[in-house]
Design a binder for this molecule. Structure first.
Ligand SMILES: C[S@@+](CC[C@H](N)C(=O)[O-])C[C@H]1O[C@@H](n2cnc3c(N)ncnc32)[C@H](O)[C@@H]1O
Length: 254
């Protein structure tokens, strides 16, 4: 396992500008997992700088953040020094079996191979436990500034397509045969942030960094386009949050 991650050069932008997750997502997670987060033992994989970690801790969970990047975990520890972290790959978790009530991936499940990471999650879950994977996706289809941005990205970022994360997440988990119940729910919310912070958010995306030498041209064009849509420099960005929860069987009485 490499100690370096694609996200390492973006750690400052990531930490400063990535969105958190709405309260409703955690209510849905409790409902679908069939238990409260308070008191739950959670392995949170792809924890990054700890955005979701802190959301889970605030709800009373006991969280062990796992990430393959020492740089991202270093920032998490600066922000949240009271908990330990584990540097590891979601496809080979260094934990014994049946130790967690929940395995969570916030904005990170698309970085692992589903059959391998799902088997690892099922192995470390206690009977009746659940794997939960979620994302914030920008809900911009009807917005002209977002359409302009997506076209620019598709032209400038090698291999980028706006639907890169559109996959049958719930079906992929069902197809593993590891879970008795797989349910997906979604919700909508929005945030408003100043242009300079919005620019940091753009810089924290791997496909924006992939633009390479033309990154500043892309950001100049974005600034002009966004100021046309938001002349006061406050960008309102709508999100669509998708949560999939997959439960493993409860223990069978002997
Ligand atoms: C987009 S960030 C998400 C960070 C955080 N969970 C959040 O909610 O913002 C994805 C994180 O997954 C980590 N990651 C990617 N592939 C991984 C793997 N195979 N095992 C563990 N972590 C991984 C990256 O280092 C990065 O920190």
């Amino acid at each position: 396992m490499s100690a370096r991650s694609l996200f390492d050069p973006m750690v400052d932008a990531y930490d400063a500008a990535r969105p958190s997750y709405p309260d409703q997502l955690f209510k849905d997670l409790e409902w679908l997992a069939g238990r409260e987060l308070a008191g739950a033992d959670i392995l949170e994989v792809g924890a990054g700088t700890g955005i979701a970690t802190r959301d889970l801790l605030a709800r009373g969970a006991r969280v062990i953040p796992v990430d393959h990047s020492s740089v991202m975990l270093g920032r998490l520890r600066e922000r949240t020094p009271e908990i330990g972290v584990v540097r590891a790959d979601g496809e080979a978790l260094p934990f014994s079996g049946a130790v967690a009530d929940l395995v969570c991936y916030a904005q990170a499940w698309h970085w692992v191979r589903v059959p391998v990471a799902a088997a690892e999650a099922a192995r470390v879950l206690r009977p009746g436990g659940a794997l939960a994977v979620w994302w914030n996706d920008v809900d911009g289809e009807d917005l002209r500034w977002w359409e302009r941005q997506q076209r620019r990205l598709e032209a400038m970022s090698p291999g980028y397509r706006r639907d890169y994360r559109t996959r049958p997440w719930a079906d992929e988990l069902r197809w593993t045969g590891l879970f008795t119940e797989v349910v997906m729910v979604s919700g909508r919310w929005s945030r408003t942030l100043p242009l300079d912070r919005y620019e940091l958010w753009l810089r924290s995306k791997s496909y924006v960094q992939a633009i390479g030498d033309r990154l500043e041209d892309f950001l100049d064009a974005e600034r002009r386009s966004l100021l046309k849509a938001f002349p006061d420099g406050l960008i309102t960005e709508p999100f669509h949050t998708i949560l999939t929860v997959a439960r493993i069987p409860p223990s069978t009485p002997s």
